[in-house]
Design a protein around this ligand. Sequence first.
Ligand code: PLP
Length: 408
Amino acid sequence: MASSLDVKNIRKDFPALHQEIYGKPLVYFDNAATTQKPRQVIERMIKYYEEENCNIHRGVHYLSQKATEAFENARRNIQQFINAKETHEIIFTKGTTDSVNLVKTSFGEEFLQAGDEVIVSVAEHHSNFVPWQVLSEKKNIPLRIIPVNDKGELIFEEFEKLLNEKTKLLAITHTSNTLGSIVDIKKFIDKAHEHDVVVLIDGAQAVMHKQLDVQELDCDFYCFSGHKMYAPMGGGILYGKEKLLEKMPPFQYGGEMVDQVTIKGTSFNELPFKFEAGTPNVEAILGLDEAIKYLQNIGFDNIAKYEKRLLDYATEKLLKIEGLRILGTSENKASLISFLIGDIHPYDAGTIIDKMGIAVRTGHHCAQPVLDHFEVPGTIRASMVFYNTFEEIDRLVEAIMQVKKMFE
Ligand code: PLP
């Protein structure tokens, strides 16, 4: 594939992009909430239902074996994609929230004691904040919070001050869904490990932008959702180091996670099945496998370069608008921009922008602690990916000018 992106052709792969909303061509800038799906992913799911549909594992008949093979093949591909050491370190979940909750229950509730401490950051999505807050309240485990600076970057020096002999877990985001800041997680992981602290990374906003290597990062857990990386909803990943997963008890009970069940007791299956109770979302995982192939075919370097150009262009254009304020100004940012237009409420602005056929997200983005920190109730968020164009950014700028005009 050539080094620059053929966006015009890429867009042909995404049927949902070619619709009119209120009589105007759709501009989809809500990619951080969920991305649109390429035809290849949609077709993979149709193929599954037309040719392979069957419950996986255990069945001896042809279809069951075919579906199982495709599912386990996806696991191997995902292992290679994130460079995990072992295939059984890949646990299929419903998504990031489910993955974090698995770790909270099977690791947090099992191994953390009253008086131990957990560190999170103020910039977490609620999915990587609330589970730890609940654990903290339930087991009397103080929750320590890494603050952010004015640019919306996690302050490493403050993190160092929070670390002590009681710290047992660090759970932080790789990329903030609200500010866009990309965290230098390697630095945090290495420092945490100096203190024998286990590290969970929420990669929900990171994996679709940049090639991931969990062995290089040396994180203990890494979570992400398929639907934010061009794959179906309802399928996600928990990566965990074997030595931790081995000693953790199951999260849920029933189905494929058992080994032997008698009326006297139950023994559990080995990794990764121990953590995969009930019928999994097979089509979502096959779709994720296909989405990864799609991204690899485009090339992560090409994606990163193009998305950076989109971010720079949009930032420059938006900053020229009088009264517009951007929240999250780190130099190391994903291609999303959170902003406010003067005193106009984000919901009012978002409603008018929507009427112009442009999908942006408005509100607290499930990250209320960080918005409290900046003392704003919410923002408007435009999140861009490789199928977006510079013309679409121009249309957003026009829409913002229209909003201003209506409120002035
Ligand atoms: N973490 C981050 C950083 C997110 O942006 C999101 C979703 O927006 C989540 C976690 C939760 O993801 P899911 O709803 O797919 O479980």
